[in-house]
Design a binder for this molecule. Structure first.
Ligand SMILES: [Fe+2]
Ligand SMILES: [Fe+2]
Length: 273
């Protein structure tokens, strides 16, 4: 970690674990990037981030179903954030590769995009509270392991914006749950659905890394996934079930069954709720 410390939230603001972890990323790892050896894989990650920011521009569509002006105002500011992030990533990509190629790898589009939310509260939960949390976790990992302090600083500034989007997603999810507390299990089902997509993404990435004889990176990717998914699962359980996490052997199983049934019904049989 760099000696520079960044305060992300105003003094007195309620602190959440994820928000505090930015100052001390929680990942157990001795991994350090080595450049230029790791250029191509680092650029690959940056291009995924860039692709994510470009899909973030779809927030323009979400404005059409924002429930009120405040939410629409937030989305407009988020679009500006995502455009700024896309430009920052594009500049970094050009530093680490010789060509001007900004072609987006299709892996995210194919595996993750179908798990995006359709309704307002699904969108806030899946795309913001959960999806952006995955991105945030990867950013924390990079901040922890990258050698270049300037690049860490850029990532910190982007991570700060991402946490603002995550917080908005969390607040909107909580509001939706206040109105319909029973939807917690449905959202849990959506989480499990996205988790499956993440698992497929993990398998594809580790397969590619092993094919390129980068067992070390494949091992690190798995390690990161396991640690991040555990932390994210705790976060999601707290968000959905208010400090009463599901018991691994009892409630989790019945909640999974319930959530999957509801998910399949709502997603594939019933087009609107
Ligand atoms: Fe972003
Ligand atoms: Fe974002």
């Amino acid at each position: 970690m760099s000696a520079v410390r960044f305060r992300l939230w105003p003094k007195g603001a309620p602190l959440h674990t994820w928000e505090t972890w930015i100052n001390s990323p929680p990942f157990q790892s001795n991994f350090q990037w080595e450049f230029p050896r790791d250029n191509s894989w680092f650029v690959w990650i940056l291009r995924q981030f860039y692709a994510g920011e470009m899909t973030g521009l779809l927030e323009g569509k979400a404005i059409l179903y924002a429930p009120n002006l405040e939410a629409a105002d937030f989305l407009a500011s988020q679009i500006q954030d995502e455009i700024r992030h896309a430009k920052l990533y594009a500049a970094q990509i050009l530093k680490y590769q010789d060509s001007q190629n900004l072609k987006i790898p299709r892996i995210l589009e194919i595996i993750i995009a179908p798990t995006s939310g359709r309704l307002w509260y699904e969108h806030c939960f899946l795309d913001k509270a959960l999806g952006e949390l995955w991105v945030y976790a990867l950013m924390l990992f990079l901040i922890q392991t990258l050698p270049d302090p300037k690049l860490k600083k850029i990532l910190y500034s982007i991570a700060k914006d991402e946490m603002r989007h995550i917080r908005f997603g969390r607040e909107q999810t909580k509001k939706a749950l206040q109105q319909n507390p029973k939807d917690a299990k449905y959202l849990w089902g959506l989480y499990l659905w996205q988790k499956t997509a993440m698992k497929i993404l993990l398998q594809s990435v580790t397969y590619l890394l092993k094919k390129k004889k980068r067992e070390d990176l494949a091992h690190q990717t798995k390690l990161f996934y396991n640690q991040a998914s555990q932390l994210i699962e705790q976060e999601i359980q707290t968000l959905l079930f208010q400090e009463k996490p599901l018991h691994p052997n009892g409630k989790i199983r019945s909640a999974c069954r319930f959530a999957w049934r509801k998910l399949v019904y709502r997603r594939f049989y019933k087009l609107s709720m």
